[in-house]
Unconditional design. Structure first.
Length: 463
């Protein structure tokens, strides 16, 4: 039998919702065919069959919440024993009824004849959640009681699923290294490739250099009186995985970061003309040129001048971390909620390259086919609520970044130029920033610099 589990797909995802089941019981399937789709807080993940076989049991239904390690589908692959698509604990029974229904050859541990036989316990490394239940996890070794056993020693063997990169796991297997005995030097004790090489050579691992990793605290839940409603006069709608994540991230940001806001307006009349002039050139290269590409170009140049906005705060060490990369997140309105793809190394891209990347990432985000790598690593964010006709806003910073720029809709307004009233195209700008890192004066100067660049768009292709 083969147990197809909701495997760990990284990026801190621990749960999901079963969105689609693409097979039926007793259906023959081939390796690589999609079995089911899981909705996570970031993307929809289609899980393919790891082997040929026949679908024997579907253990969940559409809409059910599933956790990493849960067996979703059991396949009859024609082989003895039980395997799964997750490393470690492959043959651990998922339930008592399953133990009774499977043959002895499918049970992992041998019958316990004496009390001093090894006891195998599946333990997940961080929060105590295992595929067989919720247990307390401690890093301390506690001697077992010898009461009633005389001088007998009870041996306990715990098989822990440790944090390790896939490359490290494969290297350990190839080199014959027991990864359970390797001391990890990566973040949170993660076993790295170098740790396996060190263990293989018989050397003691060296402590890793101090590593700063932002730990997201539990969502803040304010205590409020119970709201009484007439249930027949309301409709309750369960929050999607994405909506719950948005709620948690927004709460984390507002609770942690003291937001401050600077607002201004930019005269972008020349930008409107310049964009119209370059539209045909972009279309010739099958590129959809939008104002957002110009905004990103201007923001990157502004961040180079005011680098404390391209930063984050290490509150434990009381240090400001200035980022050398310019990875710009773009808030995308999708049918399921807000997503923020990241344009990496935007400072090394041309205007047309940025425009092409915007189109690519936006389409993937709305189709929920975007990869985790395109949703992480941002250093500053732009949200373009002008696309829906809004003018000003107070955007919430994406933790742990230092700022976010909101851009509104470009509208024609009467303004005074050389003592004359003229009609100009005006762009509203709203900068939310972390007042722990940057003061209002420099935040205002940053907005003024971005205004100047947008008012003189040819500078964007020259600087």
């Amino acid at each position: 039998m083969f147990h197809v589990k909701f495997a760990d797909i990284g990026e801190g995802i621990h749960e999901g919702v079963l969105l689609k089941i693409l097979v039926q019981e007793d259906q023959a399937i081939k390796e690589g065919e999609d079995l089911f789709t899981i909705e996570t807080d970031k993307v929809n993940a289609e899980i393919p069959s790891p082997t040929d076989g026949v679908v024997k049991t579907i253990r969940f239904k559409v809409g059910d919440k599933v956790n990493v390690g849960d067996v979703i589908i059991i396949l009859d692959d024609g082989k003895e024993g039980v395997r799964s698509n997750m490393e470690g604990g492959e043959t651990i029974p998922e339930s008592k009824s399953e133990v009774q229904s499977e043959s002895k050859s499918e049970v992992q541990s041998e019958p316990q004849e004496q009390s001093n036989q090894p006891v195998k316990v599946a333990v997940k490394e961080a929060n105590g959640a295992s595929v067989v239940g919720q247990i307390e996890v401690s890093s301390d070794l506690i001697a077992s009681s010898g009461e009633g056993r005389g001088s007998e020693t009870v041996q306990k063997h715990m098989t822990s699923r440790i944090l390790a990169t896939p490359v490290a796991r494969k290297m350990a297997k190839d080199l014959g290294v027991d990864i359970q005995k390797v001391v990890g030097t990566g973040p949170q004790g993660r076993v790295m490739k170098a740790d396996i090489q060190t263990a293989s050579s018989g050397l003691e691992p060296k402590p890793s250099a101090p590593h700063f990793e932002v730990q997201s605290p539990e969502p803040v839940r304010a205590s409020h009186p119970q709201v009484k409603v007439e249930e027949d006069r309301v409709q309750r709608i369960p929050m999607t995985m994405l909506r719950k994540t948005i709620a948690q991230n927004m709460t984390l940001s507002k609770y942690t970061i003291p937001h401050t806001l600077v607002m201004d307006e930019a005269d972008v009349s020349d930008l409107v003309t310049f964009k119209a002039e370059t539209k045909a050139m972009a279309e010739a290269q099958e590129i959809k040129l939008t104002y957002l590409a110009f905004f990103i170009k201007a923001v990157v140049l502004g961040l180079k001048q005011y680098d404390y906005l391209n930063a984050s705060l290490d509150s434990e060490k009381d240090e400001i971390i200035l980022k050398k990369d310019f990875n710009i997140g773009i808030a995308v309105d999708t049918p399921d909620g807000l997503m923020v793809p990241v344009i990496k190394s935007a400072d090394h891209m041309s205007l047309f390259e940025i425009a092409k990347k915007i189109e690519e990432l936006t389409e993937k985000a709305r189709n929920k086919t975007i990869g985790f790598g395109d949703l992480s690593g941002g250093t500053f964010t732009i949200t373009n609520y002008g696309a829906v006709g809004a003018s000003f806003g107070a955007p919430i910073i994406k933790f742990p970044e230092a700022g976010i720029l909101g851009v509104g809709a470009i509208v024609k307004k009467p303004v005074v130029v050389d003592d004359e009233i003229v009609i100009r195209s005006i762009l509203p700008l709203s900068l939310s920033f972390d007042h722990r890192i940057i003061d209002g004066a420099n935040a205002g100067r940053f907005v003024g610099y971005v205004k100047m660049l947008l008012a003189n768009p040819k500078l964007l292709v020259m600087l």
